[in-house]
Write a protein that binds this ligand. Structure first.
Ligand code: BDP
Length: 720
């Protein structure tokens, strides 16, 4: 008995020494604050954070203090001493310009004004003859951002001995869009139920709300749209507003504003009116009153996000009016309170009057200049719908008089949903870095979005959230990286994906160099891999019907054409691809002449967009010398091979990752690999019916015939 107890004790000790035995469910995201005992700059860290001056007294200051306590306790095993005003012992000073008048003179007036309300400085200075660090900005909010950035430097083992960081967000509105319903289902959510426990609100504030706010603040997200774009008018009633107010109170000290989705027909559904016509004075009065009521509950309410005239949602078209007329009615109601409207450009018609890729542009472009000043038009990154890869939306660069907000989808509706590791930092970077040529070369999508191209002071980025009640928040551990990457790119749309991946890995899993190198390799090839095994060479929208899970190139004959696969791939004996040049839908004409020329010419069209813009014969000769059919097949195979090498890389870093997260990621990578084969086999067998050509060398024969795949109908897929 005694011997087995001793054995257990020794085992437990060994486990503690060897961190990988410890369970880690991923709840702490990138705020792991792992012990720093092996960090190269440990002694500098210890010196720099012993005596901290933090003069602020607000709720935000308290949060800064708590975070430092938590982080430094975990990382250094120390408990720093805090004081209100600098004394000779101070090693770290965290205060605003107003709180530190003497020190503030060191910063130029112009810099203070550039910092605005959210930018911060982290600087090494000599103070009282000592090497001191200070974190400053104009507001406590800026200090919170600066503190998180400072903790990131420690977490990623950076040298902090001579810092001179000025960080200013390039976009103003950095929001998550939750497609969460009041019944706690999440549209396109793959990580459990909605984290908003409406039934228990306003009384019960789950600890998860606080951690949600911390995580978001740590990456600069400053707003959250709590409700689904397919909106429920009830969320604007007092019953819900009390609950929304409780969340707003919780998030406020973290600098996070709440927003709601406004259902255009709410005046009818909850207001007792018989119309929602935006030009009707009673309707306007109703919204004005409603908005005033909301601000009584939530004095700093952010505003509305609206999906109108799209997929069955009501909108101004119901009254023969334009999107601007609809948006402006709400905008005017919000103006007295400094609220904004995020009006989605995802508008397309049930009747499929034209190539779906063209409809938003046709609808919105003529309205440039007609929106009120507090309206942003929120545009998805591509013209169809968050496909694995899309060329940038032609509206970017086409509406210089209107602030255009980027809408990315963080939840992976079309990218493997809850089980595929697909690092979206690469996708976001690709879109943001693309040149629209709107004002000549260099007019990147990033510059349209951050407002710098057309001098807009209002700017923003929205990310459709992948968060749910799963213990690790995002279902897949690596889904956390997509939330992280979104925040980072919203703050700075020019940041590069590789830096983001590396930072996230270090904070989330640790600083071991092999882990970081291989982890990065996995992440940075993962998006291309998914494109290869799902929709290579510009193919798009060929996934399973309705749930969008798995392959479904055979989907056809549904109640609307533009929700089928055959509409998009146009495969037949003559070839494959959607002709969007002048001989086809001419969607290409919506882009700047430089893009038209480049993408329209087969010699210069990037092959990644080839079948998005061109319909080509199966034996069309690719740059590689291969026939198109062979090239398609080889791309599918490459995607499968890439998932294999992602798996191998992950297995090789087993010793550097805790068991719990290692095992989950490993299993998901195995699922991903099997599903990549599923995609490849199903799509190749389907297209082979038209190409009538054998699979090229290197692409193994599928294990099952086509009807096996066509008859497989996944049931109860989450997120519908
Ligand atoms: C599509 C989704 C659908 C959303 C829609 C939207 O399939 O669930 O409601 O986008 O963005 O991607 O409104």
């Amino acid at each position: 008995m005694k011997r087995s107890f001793t054995l257990l004790f020794v085992l437990a000790l060994l486990c503690i020494v060897h961190h990988t035995c410890l369970a880690n469910d991923g709840y702490n995201l990138w705020l792991q604050y792992r012990p720093l005992q092996n960090a190269e700059h440990l002694s500098t860290y210890q010196k720099q954070v012993q005596f901290i001056t933090l003069p602020g007294q607000s709720a935000t200051s308290e949060i800064i203090q708590e975070e430092l306590h938590l982080a430094l306790g975990k990382m250094l095993g120390t408990s720093p001493e805090f004081s209100n005003s600098p004394d000779p012992e101070t090693t770290l000073i965290i205060g605003t310009r107003g709180q530190l008048p003497d020190l503030s003179a060191r910063v130029a007036e112009e810099t203070w004004s550039n910092l605005d309300a959210e930018g911060f400085i982290i600087q090494s200075i000599q103070y009282n003859g000592e090497n001191t660090l200070w974190i400053t900005g104009n507001t406590d909010q800026a200090l919170l951002y600066g503190t998180f950035d400072f903790l990131k430097l420690l977490q990623t083992h950076q040298d902090i001995s001579s810092l001179d960081i000025i960080s200013i967000p390039k976009t103003k509105i950095r929001v998550l869009n939750h497609w969460d319903n009041p019944d706690r289902t999440v549209e396109r959510g793959y990580a459990g139920a909605s984290i908003w426990d409406w039934h228990r609100l306003p009384d019960y504030i789950k600890p998860q709300y606080i951690d949600y706010a911390r995580a978001n603040a740590s990456i600069g997200i400053n707003g959250t749209v709590l409700t689904n774009v397919n909106a429920n008018a009830q969320v604007l009633t007092p019953y819900f507003l009390k609950k929304v107010a409780a969340l707003a109170d919780t998030f406020r000290p973290y600098g996070i504003k709440v927003y709601l989705t406004a259902r255009f027909s709410a005046p009818i559904e909850t207001g007792g009116l018989d119309t929602a016509d935006p030009l009707n004075p009673d309707v306007q009065k109703w919204w004005n009153k409603k908005v005033n009521e909301i601000y009584d509950y939530i004095p700093d309410f952010g505003g509305f996000l609206v999906k109108a005239d799209s997929e069955g949602q009501p909108g101004p078209q119901n009254y023969g009016l334009t999107q601007a007329e609809g948006a402006n009615m709400l905008a005017k109601a919000l103006q007295p309170h400094q609220g904004i409207v995020m009006w989605r450009a995802f508008v397309y018609n049930n009747e499929t009057p034209d190539d779906r890729a063209k409809q938003a542009y046709n609808e919105f472009k003529p309205l440039d200049g007609e929106f009120e000043d507090n309206v942003l038009v929120q545009v998805k990154n591509g013209a169809i719908d968050f496909q694995p890869r899309e060329p940038f939306h032609p509206l970017f660069g086409a509406m210089p008089k209107t602030p255009l907000m980027m809408e990315f989808q963080i939840t992976q509706e079309y990218l493997g949903q809850g089980t595929h590791l697909v690092f979206l930092g690469s996708l976001f970077e690709e879109v943001l870095g693309t040149d629209t040529y709107a004002k000549g070369p260099g007019s990147t999508v990033a510059k349209v979005v951050d407002g710098s191209l057309d001098n807009h002071s209002l700017s923003g980025m929205a990310g459709v959230s992948n968060i749910g009640t799963d213990r690790n928040w995002t279902g897949h551990q690596f889904g956390q990286a997509n939330w992280y990457a979104f925040g980072k790119l919203a703050w700075n749309p020019d940041e590069d994906a590789s830096t983001i991946a590396q930072e996230w890995l270090r904070m989330t899993f640790g600083n071991d160099e092999e882990l970081v190198t291989k982890g990065k390799r996995i992440m940075l090839q993962s998006h291309e891999a998914a494109v290869n095994y799902m929709t290579p060479l510009g193919l798009h929208h060929i996934m399973g019907w309705s749930h969008h899970y798995g392959p479904g190139p055979w989907v056809t004959d549904k109640h609307r054409d533009d929700w089928t696969s055959t509409y998009y791939h146009q495969a037949g004996p003559d070839g494959i691809g959607f002709d969007r040049t002048a001989s086809g839908s001419n969607a290409l004409s919506q882009y700047a002449p430089e893009i038209q020329q480049q993408y329209g010419d087969l010699n210069t069209c990037p092959e990644k967009y080839l079948l998005w813009f061109h319909h080509l014969p199966w034996d069309y000769k690719m740059k590689s010398g291969n026939a198109l059919w062979n090239e398609i097949a080889l791309h599918y195979q490459k995607g499968v091979d890439q998932t294999q090498s992602m798996l191998a890389d992950w297995e090789s870093i087993k010793n550097h990752v805790d068991d719990q997260r290692y095992d989950q990621v490993l299993t998901f990578l195995q699922i991903q690999h099997n599903e990549a084969i599923w995609w490849k086999d199903a799509c190749l067998l389907y297209f082979q019916q038209f190409s009538q050509k054998p699979l090229p060398e290197g692409v193994p024969q599928p294990e099952f015939p086509l009807d096996h795949f066509q008859n497989y109908k996944p049931l109860f897929v989450p997120g519908i």
